[in-house]
Write a protein that binds this ligand. Structure first.
Ligand code: HEC
Length: 440
């Protein structure tokens, strides 16, 4: 199959040089499973592009509508929850893939002369991927998004001298608000994609000019080489297939979360960044007062400088890991610190008191029975009934239960319907109401 079609196209488009450029690139030492992560990263980027474009059909980047538009995607749009799940887990997948890709390049010393430029463009792509993650996290405009971004911006604000200016640039104003959401959206969907596409093009262009590094053993590399097509292409395809199945599984089994709408006045929310920023967040907890600047400025500058300058810090020709003990131990030490911090952080998060399941059920009931049609909580909902934002301060358990059982018996002439709730539902709803306080 395909040869007829290929001939037809070849006659018209002169495909031979393109085919040679794309598929016949020789791989020193032959194809290997260890080389698949670059392709997997590229796959995730394309997945994010495609799912992102579909999300943009319904998403509205305004503080009034962002949360509701995501709610709509999750509840009403056909495959909406699935597509958002793919985008959510795809972001994590891309982080994992890019991490493994960098680890492989690091281990193999593949950044060494003459591949320094490819490495530098790669580090830029890594930084832009982090920017993608940070800017995307705000877009749902829920409590998680709002408070995690607030924390991120506060970190920037502690940088001496330029902190204030940077914060104003990132936020686009005095507060984290409509301006911020708009610029994060523009960054996430316009600036970053074009930049990243350009740099990926450059990354691959350099790869095709200078060729892949191959095994660290020069003798083995020189012994034989094998073209990219078909074996390496097949291995890449299998790895991509596995990655795709994993993301689909996660998207189906565990839809992307959506917390309550962002509420700047509810400072009780405990912010938590995405897992790939957690280790850093944990590190900052240890660096207080005068040490803060070490965490927010000095260490990041040292880290990214070391990353950019790696080909010159480790400049001997030898690529064999055994002959590069200093660089390898520095890398291992760094990973050890990152994973230790990550583990501590995950432990701390897991040991936080879980929200009372009864309260969660009550919240669910509040949504199912459409109480928000008449009542308002922190600016969300109708105004026919009283505002319930702080109802826990004015009513006690007994009053609420009696009122829910039969509003007219407690407030004569009340237009609020009795919903015919059972004892447990009465209890759950009341427990939820009692959490609505100024000082929980
Ligand atoms: C048809 C509109 C309507 C709906 C739907 C409705 N309520 Fe009400 N609700 C009212 C009105 C009007 C009052 C004020 C009269 C009263 O207290 O009964 C009220 C009062 C209340 C109060 C007492 C507030 C106070 O401090 O006096 C609570 C609590 C309450 N509603 C909770 C709920 C919950 C929970 C639901 C969903 C299960 C709900 N309401 C559904 C209209 C509504």
């Amino acid at each position: 199959m395909g040869t007829g079609l290929y001939k037809w196209l070849d006659e018209r488009l002169k495909l031979a040089p393109i085919r040679i450029a794309l598929l016949d690139e020789p791989i020193p030492g032959g194809a290997s499973w260890i080389y698949v992560f670059g392709s997997v990263t590229l796959f995730f980027f394309l997945l994010q592009m495609i799912t992102g474009m579909f999300l943009a059909i319904y998403y509205s980047p305004s503080t009034e509508h962002a949360h509701a538009s995501i709610r709509y995607i999750m509840d009403d749009v056909a495959f909406g929850s699935f597509i958002r799940g793919l985008h959510h887990w795809g972001a994590s997948g891309m982080m994992v893939a890019i991490g493994l890709h960098m680890l492989q390049v690091f281990l193999y010393g593949a950044y060494k002369r003459p591949r320094e430029l490819m490495w530098i463009v790669g580090v830029m792509l890594f930084i832009l991927t982090l920017a993608f993650g940070f800017s995307g996290y705000l877009l749902p405009w829920d409590q998680r998004a709002y408070w995690a971004t607030q924390v991120g911006i506060n970190i920037v604000g502690t940088i001496p001298l330029v902190g204030d200016v940077l914060v104003r640039i990132i936020r686009g104003g005095q507060n984290l608000g409509a301006m911020t959401l708009n610029r994060f959206y523009a960054l996430h969907t316009l600036f970053l994609p074009w930049l990243v596409m350009g740099l990926i093009g450059l990354h691959l262009f350099i790869l095709r000019r200078v060729g892949p590094a191959g095994p660290w053993d020069e003798a083995r590399a020189a012994q034989r080489s094998e073209p990219f097509w078909p074996k390496q292409v097949a291995m890449d395809a299998v790895a991509i297939g596995i990655a795709f199945i994993l993301v689909v599984g996660l998207a189906v089994a565990s839809p992307a979360p959506l917390a309550d709408p962002a509420n700047p006045s509810d400072t009780t929310f405990r912010p938590r960044p995405e897992w790939y920023f957690l280790f850093y967040y944990q590190l900052l907890k240890y660096l207080e007062g005068p040490w803060e600047v070490v965490g927010t400025l000095i260490l990041p500058i040292l880290f990214f400088s070391a990353l950019f300058l790696l080909p010159w810090l480790d400049r001997r020709k030898e690529r064999r890991p055994a002959s590069r003990p200093a660089v390898l131990s520095a890398g291992a030490g760094f990973l050890l610190i990152v994973f230790t911090l990550l583990t501590i952080s995950i432990r701390e998060v897991a040991s936080l008191p879980k929200q009372d399941p009864s309260v969660l059920r009550g919240k669910q009931l509040y949504q199912e029975l459409d109480c928000a049609g008449c009542h308002r909580i922190h600016g969300e909902g109708g105004t026919f009934g009283p505002d319930l934002s702080y109802v826990g301060d004015v009513r006690d358990r007994d009053w609420l239960i009696r009122h829910f059982r039969d509003p007219q018996a407690v407030v004569p002439g009340s237009p609020m319907p009795a919903f015919g709730l059972n004892e447990q539902e009465l209890n759950d709803l009341t427990n939820y109401m009692l959490t609505l306080k100024r000082q929980p």
